[in-house]
Design a protein around this ligand. Structure first.
Ligand SMILES: NC(=O)c1ccc[n+]([C@@H]2O[C@H](COP(=O)([O-])OP(=O)(O)OC[C@H]3O[C@@H](n4cnc5c(N)ncnc54)[C@H](OP(=O)(O)O)[C@@H]3O)[C@@H](O)[C@H]2O)c1
Length: 317
């Protein structure tokens, strides 16, 4: 008997957004230890852009990156790194989740979130990803921004070991991770300065930032400003005179942390913490735009432009 079909976004080569195609593929069935998720929403993240284009910098990282995702073409043709959905079938060995549970997570390098169904093992791994219970107060689209931006923000803000009263600067405060980093640093009692461009000043102030700097106008932090943590939440590809000046405005013993240093850890324990913060109102993800699955090419074009606000979701279910 042939398995029923499902819609998925596939790519059989690396390249621009136009390599993405919506096709019918067989629906997967859960293997022992797996649960099957009916995906309601995915996202277009920085990771999806890197994987689709196979373009990473510095060039030295190209070889290990391609070994992970496929040397000449994507090893797993169904792309998509982030999902939110509902468990619809579980194998006998599955223990954590039951049919009907709403979950969100990241797939790891086997990708596959641009599809109506995806099977996942319940435990964390770099290859197989991670999943956790979805916050009840978010839509599935919002949940995709939360899990990606929140996992990055918690991992990298925690590296700063923030104490109440610390002066923290979040460079790139309007991105998926930056919007959550500002809120998380505030919740830890820091005095937070957010950096963004003119049209996002109000957004970043509304997230709780005490001060906001505009990287398109300001050339340096205010005289006398010194930060215990400068978090670069947009990575090495996006820079400005202000970014260089912020790096030089560290307090004695202060730290500069780049979101590009080391790997994003796929941790369900961290996502569970995120769920608690979101449900208690401490953190709230920002969702800039939502595209239907059929407009995946447009969604990738928009995100590749580099100026999204918060996250960009893709509605599937
Ligand atoms: N370590 C890892 O394993 C790992 C994994 C995944 C991602 N990452 C890194 O995480 C980064 C963050 O991704 P994200 O989705 O949160 O954000 P993002 O999409 O990279 O950033 C979007 C924001 O960047 C702002 N921006 C654009 N140019 C800027 C500039 N020159 N200076 C300051 N801000 C600028 C835009 O605001 P305006 O429109 O106002 O300009 C926009 O709101 C990725 O780019 C990647 O480098 C690392």
């Amino acid at each position: 008997m042939t398995s029923p079909a499902m819609k998925a976004v596939v790519s059989d080569r690396y390249g621009p957004p136009e390599v993405l195609r919506v096709v019918d593929v067989p629906r997967p069935s859960p293997k022992p230890g797996e649960v099957r998720i009916r995906i309601v929403a995915s996202a277009v993240t920085a990771s999806d852009i890197f994987i689709r284009s196979a373009h990473v910098t510095p060039i030295l990282l190209q070889v290990p990156f391609r070994l992970m995702i496929g040397v000449t073409k994507p090893r797993h043709p169904i792309l998509g790194f982030v999902f939110s959905g509902v468990v619809d079938e579980v194998s006998v060995q599955a223990r954590r989740f039951r049919p009907g549970d709403a979950v969100y997570g990241m797939t790891g390098f086997r990708l596959g979130a641009y599809a109506e169904y995806r099977c996942m093992i319940e435990s964390d791994s770099r290859r197989h990803g991670c999943l956790a219970r979805k916050p009840a107060n978010l839509t599935h689209e919002e949940a995709t921004a939360a899990v990606y931006g929140g996992s990055l923000a918690l991992q990298y803000v925690d590296q700063g070991a923030i104490r109440p009263g610390d002066d923290i600067l979040v460079y790139g405060a309007s991105g998926t991770s930056g919007t959550i980093a500002v809120q998380y640093a505030k919740s830890l009692g820091a005095h937070v300065t957010g950096v963004c461009s003119t049209h996002n000043l109000d957004l970043v102030a509304s997230l709780g930032a005490d001060d906001v700097l505009d990287y398109t106008r300001d050339q340096a932090p205010p005289p006398g400003a010194h930060y215990t943590l400068v978090l670069d939440s947009v990575g090495r590809l996006k820079s400005s005179k202000l970014k260089t000046a912020c790096k030089q405005a560290l307090a004695p013993g202060g730290r500069y942390v780049s979101i590009d240093d080391g790997d994003l850890q796929l941790s369900s324990e961290r996502i569970d913490r995120l769920t608690t913060f979101i449900e208690s109102g401490v953190l709230s993800p920002v969702l800039g735009r939502t595209y239907p699955l059929g407009e995946i090419v447009e969604a990738h074009r928009f995100v590749e432009g580099g100026h999204k606000r918060g996250g960009v979701a893709v509605s599937i279910g």
